[in-house]
Design a protein around this ligand. Structure first.
Ligand code: URA
Length: 436
């Protein structure tokens, strides 16, 4: 590969110029091989953050990140392979009921998930609230589980899209996370490395999302759909609201319990609606259904027959977890102390801020303030009143289960400001639109 001057490339991007495919590939290759120091990559990332990427830059950058490691070979699995990814939110446990439900309908789901990031929760942390559940699987085991049971939920392997893992960590500590081209290339490089036929994206917008306003979330969704089609992988994106948490539970074990409720045929209406909507798109992308309403009926049948829950239990066993959590939620950890946040006035909930509640969860120990922190799986925030609900003064807005009094002191001001009570307001739409 031809050598380039990294300083010249950084300066060009800083001044609003364009980088060529060969230059972009060289940067990723050099960085992955440890020949480019973090400070130069960080400087370039900030230049990209400020000046963006053209389509001609984004495609080779993403392909280079994808090519920085191994791509899963799943061609021997006859079922269509479809995955789902969310851009990250608060209370977003959708992947957990979704994967077994879709797998029970005949789609193979090789799902690589992440840990909590900033104020957003992570599927791996939620899964690990099941006693014994192991999310560290090597490549062969990951493939074996999806081949045998139809889905698998593990962490990103060391060998897949390593450029993303390193760039992501650098962005997290250099203020360059909420950048459209950097998010799009990060998500798409690791998802396309799964060797899938189709991908369903849940692109969030609102206070608890990385993309705060709808036009930028829509642009992100369109960009990712474009990257998918340039690669030959069909992508359907759904734009969803993340101004308030999804469902009632924010935490880990409590989100697992809520996910199990959905698999058992219950659960809060918003979680159920989004799970079926994304699931229907997965069945359509996999080619086993052609319209959303029959696809939804098929998913509902997988739940009511118990097939989806059984599938989840099979994979729990395969990944060394205790499958009895399906019937006995007391096997999930619960933090020992309780605090109730009550409404200061009577009226309607006008705001139930996802970001504040997410940050409060992190402060309580449900997420990490530093990379090396351990998650307290039993910590939970149960949201009792959401936007549009009528409350009377003294009604409970949230119930917090916590382990450490000092942590509650840190979280409480955020919880107190997260709710705003006032005049009547309509309940917000969860699903804003579909792209792709
Ligand atoms: N999720 C990712 O995987 N990458 C990003 O950059 C943001 C959210």
């Amino acid at each position: 590969m031809k050598h380039h001057s990294i300083i010249e490339l950084i300066e060009r991007k800083r001044d609003g110029g364009t980088l060529l495919p060969d230059e972009l590939k060289w940067i990723i290759a050099e960085y992955t091989a440890d020949r480019l120091p973090d400070y130069q990559m960080a400087s370039l990332l900030m230049a990209i953050f400020i000046n963006g990427f053209s389509t001609e830059e984004l495609a080779p950058w993403t392909e280079a990140m994808l090519g920085s490691g191994e791509v899963l070979e799943l061609g021997h699995i006859p079922a269509p392979k479809v995955d789902k990814h969310s851009t990250g939110g608060v209370g977003d446990k959708i992947s957990i009921p979704l994967a077994p439900m879709v797998a029970a309908c005949g789609i193979a789901v090789p799902m690589m998930s992440g840990r909590g990031l900033g104020h957003t929760g992570g599927t791996l942390d939620k899964l690990e609230s099941i006693p014994g559940f192991r999310t560290r699987l090597d490549r062969d085991e990951f493939v074996a589980v999806v081949e045998r049971y139809g889905f698998v939920m593990g962490g990103q392997s060391e060998t897949m899209a390593p450029a993303d893992r390193r760039i992501y960590a650098l962005r997290d500590s250099t203020g360059t996370v909420p950048s459209l081209p950097l998010i799009a290339s990060s998500i798409m490089s690791k998802k396309l490395a799964e060797g899938i036929d189709g991908l369903v994206l849940d692109v969030k917008t609102g206070s608890g999302a990385f993309m705060k306003d709808e036009p930028s979330a829509r642009a992100l969704a369109e960009t990712m759909v474009g990257i998918g089609s340039a690669h030959g992988t069909r992508v359907i994106a759904t734009l969803t609201g993340m101004d308030q948490p999804l469902g009632r539970e924010v935490g880990n074990a409590n989100e697992m319990a809520e996910s199990l409720d959905v698999l058992a045929g219950g659960g809060p209406a918003d979680v159920v609606e989004l799970t079926y909507s994304l699931g229907a798109d997965m069945l359509i992308l996999g080619g086993i259904e052609s319209d959303r309403s029959t696809a939804r009926a098929r998913l509902e049948a997988a739940v009511s027959s118990g097939a989806a829950m059984e599938k989840f239990q099979e994979v729990i066993v395969a990944q060394d977890g205790d499958p009895n959590v399906a019937e006995d939620r007391s096997l999930l950890p619960v933090a020992p102390h309780r605090f109730e946040l009550t409404a200061p006035d009577s009226g309607f909930v006008r705001r139930c801020d996802a970001r504040d509640i997410g940050v409060a969860g992190v402060r309580l120990g449900a997420g990490r303030e530093r990379k090396e922190d351990n998650v307290d799986h039993g910590v939970s925030i149960s949201v009792e009143a959401k936007v549009g609900d009528r409350v009377e003064r003294g009604d409970v807005l949230a119930i917090v289960a916590y382990s450490d009094e000092d942590r509650l002191v840190g979280a409480r001001p955020l919880l107190e400001r997260a709710w705003e009570i006032g005049d009547e307001i309509a309940k917000p739409e969860l699903i804003i639109g579909h792209i792709g």
